[in-house]
Design a protein around this ligand. Structure first.
Ligand code: F6R
Length: 615
């Protein structure tokens, strides 16, 4: 929920850290700070606000010199966002400087003890407690910084990715992780530390992803030593060769990352099935699935755990798994699942869906499912993420970095993967006819073209957005495969425009929400060709009778709904089973344009962060 960056080498650290923070701002953006060792002492600038505010403050307050430094962009957990609570934090002596992403749960008792020993605290943060605990251990035990960190972390309960240095020993950075990501970039005579690899991608392709309960001591001359936090034993780290490039993490001419990511969908859906789907040969081959296919085909049920948009992708999967593979599916909010003592057996398969691969609740749900003997399969976007490592097997979506906080391309690529899994299982189980199977493979192969087609309505959708930008509430309705799309459309609107919106199964409207409908209520109805088309048309009539304003997503060439609706957004024809991949596109664009018209911060909506690594 925070972004951390560090540098040690021979270049000026400031521009590297500042640029890195800008790339990590998706992780948190309520305050930011930077600390540099300038050869004699530490210079620090920090402020409430965004990295751009930090830049102005650094221009005014510090010389920005030095080739050792740490930077932080925050999403507040302990202590309100203000200058003092911003990271980095000093220890009481002023020797140690720390940045931290995560939560130290037992900070209050440690703080009390440190206060008894004479320590004072400037901020309300758990992080300042941690750096002083490390200082106290370093002094009391007379040990080096790395050892003090290791001892301290064994006393700490919570989650962290930390980086710190000692101004008296400015040739090393110590880092550690538990539950929050941390990558170390290895250059020539220089090292980078960051929450993900984006801050250092133009400097090196080599990175170590620390695993949970590992720490590293990074020395300018001696390189990186990775150790286990628990027993201090040495670890031989795997050095990853990064596939990222700079272009992937820049806006590429679009006004916002969200818009760029919406437009990337034809490409990334194709990237996600490329080499895995051979439509004409009738082959679906997912490496992670093939070795464990019996687990799925023998499963009593599949339990899907996820949060937010990923949970909506799970709901789409429920329909297709049950329809094609005839395996009972339950879709659970990871946050509820982990705390309600669920019945899980060794005959259950749990699928965890996550873009970031770092969502704390999803991770906890995975751990619980594993403890109870279930086989856990991951559908993740971020390679090497905690969830991808914690699961027994899995399939990556190939969406590329998703930087806009509102998830778009992650959703459609997750559905692409889940569709392939469901089809493959149905084929193995013989629960789908060969012709139906072949038809779906071929149709899936056309989805990128159809999404491209759907994107062509962008201008028209912008006009619709203009008509409704001042509405106070929206209702989103869909049935069957498109009920989760209605939920997702409402979530997109809420999170980036701050307009209240609710998604409902269309038929549920008459059980309550219909009371909300009057001439001021825009109702977005997904009314594409489907088994429920006539029923949805009846729902539209009901809205119309109550003077609600109807914005309908319809199949190209539709005439019935066109006559009834106030506005239509057309999408190309698909089988109903695959329609969420195209019906979601106009809803993403609608919320995007409304948010832009309301002058919202589309890529960094208030109170949100891209990866939710706290409960
Ligand atoms: C909504 C959104 C969130 C995430 C949720 C899960 O646009 O981005 O609802 O979908 O926080 O995140 P992941 O998929 O990273 O586990």
């Amino acid at each position: 929920m925070c972004g951390i960056v560090g540098y040690i080498g021979n270049r000026e650290a400031y521009p590297i850290i500042l640029n890195g923070l800008k790339r990590l701002e998706y992780r948190g953006y309520d305050s930011a700070g930077i600390a540099l060792y300038d050869g004699t002492g530490i210079q620090m600038a920090k402020t409430k606000g965004k990295v751009s505010d930090l830049e102005s403050r650094a221009d005014a307050e510090i010389s920005k010199k030095g080739s050792l430094g740490l930077g932080h962009t925050r999403w507040a957990t302990h202590g309100v966002p203000n200058d003092i609570n911003s990271h980095p934090h000093y220890s009481n002596s002023g020797d140690l400087v720390i940045i931290h992403n995560g939560i130290i749960e037992n900070y209050a008792s440690i703080k009390k003890e440190l206060i008894n020993r004479g320590y004072t605290f400037k901020s309300d943060t758990d992080t300042e407690v941690l750096v002083n605990l490390i200082e106290e251990i370093k002094k009391k035990e007379d040990v080096k910084l790395g050892k003090a960190v290791q001892i301290a972390l064994n006393q700490v309960v919570g989650a962290y990715a930390i980086a710190l240095f000692d101004r008296k020993k400015p040739d090393e950075i110590v880092v550690a992780r538990l539950g929050s990501p941390l990558a170390i970039g290895i250059g020539e005579n220089e090292f980078f530390v960051a929450s993900d690899a984006t801050p250092f991608i133009e400097f090196t392709n080599n990175a170590i992803y620390l695993k949970d309960e590992e720490m590293a001591i990074i020395r300018l001359k001696k390189g990186v030593k990775v150790r286990k936090i628990k027993d201090d034993s040495l670890v031989d780290p795997y050095i990853h060769e990064l596939q990222l490039n700079l272009e992937q993490i820049e806006k590429g001419g679009y006004d916002h990352f969200m818009l760029k990511e919406i437009y990337e969908q034809p490409k990334v859906i194709k990237d996600t099935y490329r080499g895995r789907l051979l439509a004409n040969k009738g082959i679906i081959k997912l490496g992670g699935l093939e070795d464990h296919i019996n687990k799925f085909t023998n499963a009593d049920r599949i339990i899907i755990v996820a949060c937010g948009t990923s949970w909506h992708a799970g709901l789409v999967a429920e329909y297709i798994f049950e329809d094609w593979a005839r395996i009972p599916v339950e879709v659970e909010y990871a946050s509820e699942f982990r705390y309600r003592n669920p019945v899980i057996t060794e005959k259950d398969v749990v699928i965890a869906i996550s873009q970031s691969g770092e969502t704390a609740d999803t991770l906890a749900a995975i751990k619980l499912a594993k403890e109870r003997g279930a086989f856990v399969y991951g559908v993740c976007n971020v390679v090497g993420s905690s969830i991808s490592r914690e699961t027994d097997s899995g399939t990556y979506t190939h969406a590329g970095p998703e930087i806009g906080v509102a998830s778009t391309k992650a959703f459609t690529t997750q559905i692409t993967v889940l569709t392939m899994i469901a089809l493959r299982l149905a084929d193995v189980k013989g629960t789908i006819s060969h012709s139906d199977y072949m038809m779906h493979l071929r149709e899936l192969d056309t989805i990128p073209t159809l999404v491209e087609e759907a994107l062509k309505s962008d201008d028209k959708i912008r006009e619709i957005a203009y008509e409704f930008k001042d509405a106070a509430n929206f209702l989103y309705l869909g049935r069957g495969y498109n009920f989760p799309v209605a939920l997702e459309g409402a979530l997109k609107l809420k999170e980036i425009s701050y307009i209240h919106a609710e998604g409902y199964p269309a038929a549920e409207m008459k059980h309550g929400p219909i009371a909300l409908i009057d001439e001021h209520m825009p109702v977005v109805v997904i009314a594409v060709n489907s088994n429920h088309y006539e029923k949805v048309v009846s729902n539209i009539e009901e809205i119309k009778a109550r003077k609600g304003k109807i914005i309908a997503v319809v199949t190209e060439g539709d005439t019935t709904v066109k006559e009834l609706a106030d506005y239509i957004m057309e999408v190309p024809k698909t089988p109903e089973t695959l329609s969420p991949l195209v019906t979601t596109i106009p809803l993403q664009l609608l919320s995007y344009h409304i948010a832009v018209m309301l002058d919202r911060n589309v890529d960094q909506p208030r109170n949100l962060a891209k990866s939710v690594t706290v409960e």
